[in-house]
Design a protein around this ligand. Structure first.
Ligand code: ATP
Ligand code: MG
Length: 451
């Protein structure tokens, strides 16, 4: 491995420690990623300085995790997490250590870390890497291995098994056998981990190059059954027709295929969960073919429950659930412009691209064959053409409002609501009607009818 390049700002921060006689190491994911030839994502420093001493060294320090000896230093537009060397003891709930004890030695601090690849320290400003658990060799071998006895380490913190499979998906590494074998034995501990911590790992899995890698490892170790039983039960649910895969493999393939540049992994999550209603809706039709009547509704409901369980924000849940609910659209060239506009309104203009991406992933994952270049193009062309003609798709796009109806003597209340929706329906069917004059005329007729 070549020379590791340290960012000048990081060296500047390190200089402040060393000038005050303190040791400082770059640790954790940053060192791991540098050794893999990747840019470090965020910086974690370990030091023998106590939190109070770090606070005294820098003008802007936030005590983000002071209970665990961690503070965040803000310096020249960067932020760095600085943790005093520590050991941890007494994991009674399998979640967080009960006690934190400071130590004078970096090696001891490294020994509390989860995996060998995460337990390497790089002294700043320079010096030889400290690698007591052969993390460098494991990184070279693309191996995820616990520091120490895997069973004991997983018993301390049930999140570690989930981190192991997450790293496997993120970096394409293998989980070393003893580490893998310890996962099923730690399920009772993983069960106690807070939903938020699991959710953060799920998000990182969904943002990784190949999420299926993590989910297949989860299946193998029964983490899937524990955390995402709805998905686990998709195994061996065979489908007929064009489908080549069972529902689980189809879902994983769709998830891998969906775009990963969506901020909260919306399309990826929808692709993963879009068919979880299939096991419960499956039945044989008269010709002996499997059907999954209204599975999109059931998938949506199950997904809402699942995402709620992990305390996803409501807006994220609703975004994913909406895509799942709408994933079964079937465009035909004989749709009227009105039908196209109703489709746009139902999906929401802002969600169209996500829905297209979901459909592409879904279709690809049906056969595993690349899609034709013009896949969905007829619908997309049609939608764009219809949008170019008229953007009157909601009440606020009409030149007539409740105020105008009030002037005509229509009182606020259910009837006014019915009339406004009728005006919108008329405009969606025929945008030429979208003038104030025409709509007021129609409103006048409707007023008579509801009198
Ligand atoms: P990423 O930032 O991509 O999630 P990372 O390895 O930096 O990866 P962090 O959660 O930022 O992970 O943690 C920084 C370091 O702290 C890790 O590299 C590891 O040494 C240690 N660490 C984090 N979580 C745990 C844990 N649950 N058990 C033991 N050590 C941990
Ligand atoms: Mg990190």
């Amino acid at each position: 491995m070549g020379k590791l390049v340290i960012h000048p700002i990081l060296q500047e921060i390190a200089g402040i420690f060393t000038r005050h006689g303190k040791q400082v190491f770059l640790v954790g994911g940053a060192v791991r990623d540098l050794l893999r030839g990747h840019k470090a994502q965020d910086w974690d420093l370990a030091t023998d300085a106590l939190p109070q001493e770090v606070i005294a060294l820098f003008p802007r320090v936030i005590p983000t995790g002071i209970k665990h000896g961690t503070v965040t230093v803000h310096f020249k537009g960067r932020s760095v997490e600085v943790t005093t060397y520590r050991t941890e003891s007494g994991y009674h709930d399998g979640r967080r250590p009960d006690q934190v004890t400071y130590t004078a030695r970096i090696e001891e601090d490294l020994s509390r870390r989860d995996f060998t690849m995460n337990a390497i320290a790089l002294p700043l400003p320079k010096g030889p890497l400290v690698d007591p658990f052969n993390g460098i060799a494991d990184i070279r071998a693309h191996r995820i291995r616990c520091v120490g006895d895997p069973q004991a380490r997983f018993a301390e913190d049930g999140l570690r098994p989930v981190r192991a499979v997450r790293f496997a998906a993120q970096m394409g590494f293998e989980v070393e056998q003893a580490t893998l074998d310890a996962i099923p034995r730690a399920l009772k501990t993983t069960e106690k981990v807070s939903p938020e911590r699991i959710r953060d790992e799920l998000d990182k899995i969904l943002a990784s190059p190949q999420p299926s890698r993590a989910f297949l490892l989860m299946e193998e170790t029964r983490l899937l059954e524990l955390l995402l039983p709805e998905l686990a039960s998709c195994r061996n649910i065979e489908q007929k027709g064009f489908h080549r895969f069972d529902v689980l493999d189809h879902s994983l393939l769709a998830c891998d295929a969906a775009a990963r540049d969506q901020a909260p992994g919306l399309v990826r999550a929808a692709a993963l969960l879009h068919d979880i209603g299939k096991p419960v809706t499956r039945s044989l039709d008269l010709n002996g073919v499997w059907t999954f009547y209204q599975h999109e509704q059931v998938s949506a409901t199950l997904s809402r429950d699942l995402l709620t369980r992990f305390h996803y924000p409501n807006a994220v849940i609703e975004g994913i659930v909406h895509l799942i609910k709408e994933h079964m659209f079937h465009y035909e060239a004989n749709w009227s412009d009105g039908a196209v506009r109703r489709f746009i309104i139902r999906v929401g203009e802002e969600n169209l691209n996500n829905l297209y991406q979901l459909r592409r992933a879904d279709a690809y994952a049906t056969t595993g064959q690349d899609l034709p270049k013009d896949f969905l193009l007829p619908l997309i062309t049609r939608v764009d053409a219809v949008l170019a003609k008229s953007r009157a798709l909601s009440l606020k796009d009409l030149p007539v409002s409740g105020k105008d109806l009030l002037i005509m003597g229509i009182k606020p209340g259910p009837i006014m609501g019915i009339i406004l929706s009728a005006l919108l329906e008329a405009v969606v069917e025929d945008p030429a009607l979208n003038t104030k004059e025409t709509l007021l005329t129609i409103a006048g007729k409707l007023k008579e009818r509801y009198r």
